[in-house]
Structures are given as structure tokens and as C-alpha cells.
Design a protein around this ligand. Structure first.
Ligand SMILES: [Zn+2]
Ligand SMILES: [Zn+2]
Length: 149
């Protein structure tokens, strides 16, 4: 049984905002080269949903990334917001654009032939918290009064 939950999200600058009814069981990683190029990342965390479960409070810009698909983004700050087939009723939103993205787990890999294997399981790498980088933290506090969320 899937359980949909209302999640809000948007781009980095706040110009584009949305509310999506998401099913956390539809979260996955896409490794295809189109998504790598569209985001600059090694993969992209998506949540699949029907277009009718997506409500844009302010319209995103759309990039026609191929003859069959287009991608919502913000032309002011550049945030990638998702993927949508031009025909058909399904789309994806980017996990990182949710206001509260934690607690949602991926359930499968897509375009697995393009996986950057060394970047999938990085759990053995040393970790450093942002707050431990005091020179950077101090720069943030001086500029804005706080370290960003
Ligand atoms: Zn923006
Ligand atoms: Zn992809």
C-alpha cells in the first residue's frame, strides 16, 4: 500500500514553489547521462509522481531536454526541479528541492549501466561537518549572521 504525503519544495532562490503529493516508495536514483548533464551530478535523486499530484504555486521554466521530455528549473537561480515526459501522465521531482528531504530512502537504481560505482557507496570515507570548517563557518556568520541550513 502506498501512502501519499503532501510535501512542499522549490528552488534555491524561492521564485519557484510547489506542493507535491508524493509516495515515498517512488524515490529512486537516476544515473543516465542526460540527468548527469542536466544537474552536473553523478546521479540524481528523483521521486516519481503523476503530473496531477504536482501543484506549482509559481510556474517553473521548462527546458526541452529531448524530443520526448522536458525539465522544470528556475531560470533565476538554476535549480533543477525535475523531469517530465511531454506525453504521458508521469513526472519526477528532485529530492533535493523538497523543503524537508530527509527520511526518504531510494528504492531502485535507474539507468544502472551508467552508474559511477565509486560514488554509490561512500560510507567508508572520512567525514567532516560543515561546522568543523571554522574558516568557512566564520565567513558565513560574518556575512549573514548564521551558517546556512
Ligand atoms: Zn530560483
Ligand atoms: Zn535520467
Amino acid at each position: 500500500m502506498s501512502e501519499k504525503v503532501a510535501k512542499t519544495g522549490g528552488c534555491q532562490c524561492g521564485r519557484v514553489r510547489y506542493t507535491a503529493m508524493i509516495d515515498p516508495a517512488q524515490a529512486y536514483l537516476c544515473h543516465c547521462r542526460m540527468c548527469q548533464r542536466a544537474t552536473g551530478g553523478v546521479s540524481i535523486a528523483f521521486i516519481g509522481l503523476p503530473k496531477c499530484d504536482m501543484a506549482w504555486e509559481s510556474e517553473p521554466d521548462w527546458y526541452g531536454s529531448s524530443p520526448i521530455a522536458r525539465r522544470p528549473f528556475c531560470s533565476h537561480c538554476g535549480t533543477p526541479l525535475g523531469f517530465a515526459f511531454i506525453e504521458g501522465e508521469n513526472m519526477d521531482i528532485t529530492l533535493g528541492s523538497l523543503d524537508e528531504p530527509y527520511g526518504i530512502e531510494p528504492h531502485w537504481h535507474f539507468a544502472s549501466e551508467k552508474i559511477h560505482e565509486a560514488w554509490v557507496d561512500t560510507s567508508a570515507l572520512p567525514r567532516k561537518a560543515l561546522a568543523e570548517h571554522t574558516a568557512l563557518s566564520d565567513r558565513w556568520i560574518e556575512a549573514t549572521g548564521a551558517v546556512p541550513e
